[in-house]
Design a protein around this ligand. Structure first.
Ligand SMILES: [Zn+2]
Length: 259
């Protein structure tokens, strides 16, 4: 059946402004609707990405985040409301997303990425968004995505600075190729965050996710975007696979290809 015909009249109305984008067709919209994104962390970064994926009409979100809302989260976590302090963030994130777009299916898991059972959550997922504030969880997610062949949008920020790149298994560098070791100075909740910075990066994650899921536009492939919003410097750098990478390296897995 024509993908266009499968869309309801209300969906065509809801998404008509993005369907005006040159090259973005009802077919792309249908691909988005049939997609599932796994969002690791619904804080300032992942919460913003989840919000915009929901607004754009993604079919399903799997939100994974451990912990309850605190007052100090409120400068950046725009899915949250002040009177929800003390309540589970994934539960409340699901509530907000349901109010923005009731057509989006939302699965929630109030847990750490590091807990056993991550492999059971990934089957059926089309893409993951890496938005945890520590590299221990990011590396576990990176390995699970490489092993499962699931693309991952990797993005992190510190103060006014941020980076973004896509991990496309078998094609691009993975997180461990780019950052083989942890920064010993990094403290999970010890870095400054201006909400508009995490929000900007979360929006960029949502854009790359939409591009990878639908084939619309040109996502970053073996390239990393970095920016410093203190003086508005944006750069795109080439990044390279490490053939000795402990996660994605090794024989038979080095076929660098163009997307
Ligand atoms: Zn690697």
């Amino acid at each position: 059946m024509d993908l266009f015909m499968e869309s309801s009249v209300s969906e065509m109305e809801r998404y008509k402004r993005q369907l005006m984008l040159e090259g973005f067709t009802p077919g792309h919209q249908a691909l988005l609707k049939n997609s599932t994104a796994f969002v690791a962390g619904v804080g300032g970064l992942g919460g913003t990405a989840a919000l915009y994926l929901a607004a754009a009409g993604i079919g399903k979100l799997v939100l994974v985040h451990r912990g309850d809302l605190t007052l100090s989260n409120m400068n950046r976590q725009i899915l949250m409301r002040e009177d929800w302090i003390g309540r589970s963030r994934v539960v409340m994130a699901k509530k907000t997303i349901g109010e923005i777009n009731s057509g989006v299916v939302v699965d929630i898991h109030d847990r750490w990425i590091t807990e056993p059972g991550l492999d059971e959550l990934l089957p059926g997922v089309d893409i993951t968004l890496s938005a945890r504030p520590n590299f221990r969880e990011r590396r576990i997610l990176n390995r699970a995505c490489i092993e499962g062949g699931v693309p991952m949008v990797e993005a992190a920020m510190d103060g006014m600075e941020a980076y973004l790149f896509n991990v496309l298994p078998g094609m691009t560098p993975c997180l461990d190729c780019v950052f083989p070791g942890d920064d010993p100075r990094w403290q999970e909740l010890g870095f400054p965050v201006l909400g508009a910075v995490s929000g900007t990066l979360g929006c960029l994650m949502a854009i790359e996710t939409i591009k990878i899921l639908t084939g619309f536009g040109k996502p970053l492939v073996s390239k990393m975007l970095t920016f410093n919003l203190l003086d508005m410097r944006f750069k795109t750098l080439n990044i390279h696979r490490d053939e000795n990478c402990s996660v994605c390296g090794g024989p038979g897995d080095r076929n660098d290809r163009a997307l």
